[in-house]
Design a protein around this ligand. Structure first.
Ligand code: ATP
Ligand code: MG
Length: 451
């Protein structure tokens, strides 16, 4: 503890670079735009004698006049010291230890200033490619700024003085909509290859251009993504897909050469047999839902991404003589088993995807009690949204979608009148032979016509 303190004091004068301190009237971010929880965190830390700033995406987004997704705080208090100040808090992480402070439903991520890469006494480890696998070296504010990824992410806002500290000309880059890596881009990408994906995500989300010097090494460093644990890649891909700009992001990843064989989930997206139109529509639909503040679920999106693979397998099994429902069921299992091998989509999403898929044939059955039962299904909304995409992409008739829209809006008597009595006669004959065909909840009966 004392040794650390001495190190910190000795280190301070080593870096002569003065931050630009930008006053309220030049940047316009007032204390009121910071969430009450983040203010509670910075105020409490400052009262206890520590430095504390709002940092990262929140400051950048406020400068851009956008609503921040969440608030991160940086401080010179160490994780244990932070935890001692907040009753509802816990230390998480190994690679980077951080503290989560909770107030109500909000969580603030509090990080201790990271030390500079030049410091060799601390707890930092790199692997043979230069990737940092553990990093709990603490340092000064200035060092912390140098360890962040992009200049626009290294702005520190002090809610007490309402000033922004800017060591790397980030405010200017925000104004010029430029994403620029701090330090030597190649070295920084080697330290953490996920920064390549972050660059693409931020460029897509913020509509920024990537500075040429930052962009240049990406083409040759793509392979380094293979050393990143799959779960982290998957999380980063999810952030991209739910950034509100998935369509643009996915195309930019392709343009940067960052997909083939490097990002299993992205290969799945971009290499759908015959399904490109459907996938683009699904991504566009996700972007729109986020813009309208509607909920989005990963399982729903994955179900759309894999649909054309399922559809192709389903059709081919039917062509081999299988009955529609068992064919669909086997198609779903085959496609998911192939995904599991590629490590593209974790298994925890399987059940929901299957449920959405297996309800699809039921939208083509508009007779008897079936539409009534379908509409009562707990997953009806998700299955219906999915069905809508199928119609809009040209896979099914728009008339069918209009029928369901009317059916949803109608009262009971009107619904009865809407039923399609002569639908799929072949199907009806089949049912007469097996009067109690297992039409249990959640299980789809055979499709009445070609899917
Ligand atoms: P978002 O709006 O997506 O939350 P963000 O900039 O806040 O964007 P976070 O992933 O929440 O991104 O990270 C918070 C901050 O931590 C970043 O702004 C950046 O300063 C720093 N940071 C995060 N990941 C890295 C990384 N891989 N390398 C360097 N700095 C990082
Ligand atoms: Mg953030």
């Amino acid at each position: 503890m004392i040794a650390k303190l001495i190190r910190r004091v000795l280190k301070a004068p080593k870096f002569g670079k003065k931050p630009r301190t930008i006053p309220l009237k030049a940047h316009g971010i007032s204390r009121d735009s910071i969430s009450p929880c983040a203010l509670k965190v910075t105020d409490t830390l400052q009262k206890a004698g520590y430095d504390a700033y709002v940092v990262g995406g929140a400051v950048r987004d406020l400068l851009l006049g956008r609503e921040p997704k969440d608030f991160d705080v940086a401080t010179n208090a160490e994780p244990e010291e932070v935890r001692a100040l907040f009753r509802r808090s816990r230390i998480i992480g190994r690679r980077f230890q951080i503290v989560h402070v909770m107030c109500g439903a909000e969580t603030i991520e509090v990080t201790t200033f990271r030390g500079s890469a030049a410091d060799e006494n601390g707890d930092r480890h790199e692997d043979e490619t230069g990737r940092i696998v553990r990093d709990n070296v603490f340092g000064t504010l200035e060092e912390d700024a140098a360890r962040r990824d992009f200049t626009v992410n290294a702005l520190y806002y002090d809610p007490s003085s309402q000033e922004v500290r800017d060591y790397h000309d980030g405010v200017n880059d925000v104004r010029e909509k430029r994403l620029r890596m701090i330090g030597d881009p190649e070295k920084r990408f080697r330290e953490d290859p996920v920064r390549m994906l972050r660059a693409v995500r931020f460029a897509a989300k913020l509509d920024f251009h990537i500075d040429p010097a930052t962009r240049a090494p990406v083409a040759k460093l793509g392979d380094l993504l293979q050393h990143v644990p799959g779960a982290r890649l998957f999380d980063e891909m999810l952030k991209l897909l739910f950034s509100g700009h998935a369509l643009r992001g996915v195309h930019q990843l392709r343009a940067e050469g960052l997909h083939h064989g490097l990002l299993p989930l992205l290969d799945t997206i971009l290499e759908q047999p015959g399904g490109e139109r459907f996938v683009s529509l699904a991504l566009k639909n996700t972007d729109q839902r986020i813009a309208q503040d509607k909920p989005v679920s990963p399982a729903f999106l994955f179900a759309t991404l894999l649909w054309h693979e399922v559809l192709a397998a389903w059709r081919s099994l039917e062509a081999q003589g299988m009955k529609p429902f068992p064919a669909l069921s086997q198609a779903m299992n085959d496609v998911l088993a192939a995904q599991e091998k590629k490590l593209a989509i974790p298994r925890r999403f399987d059940a929901t995807m299957k449920e959405i898929w297996s309800m699809q044939p039921r939208f083509q059955m508009r007779s008897g009690q079936r539409p009534f039962r379908l509409i009562e299904h707990p997953r009806f909304r998700a299955a219906y949204d999915f069905f809508m995409l199928r119609c809009e992409s040209g896979e099914l008739e728009m008339d069918l979608l209009r029928w369901w829209d009317d059916f949803i809006d109608a009262d009971n008597a009107q619904r009865e009148a809407m039923l399609v009595r002569d639908e799929a006669p072949a199907k009806k004959r089949k049912r007469r032979r097996k009067p109690n065909a297992k039409a249990t909840e959640g299980e789809a009966p055979p499709a009445p016509e070609e899917p």
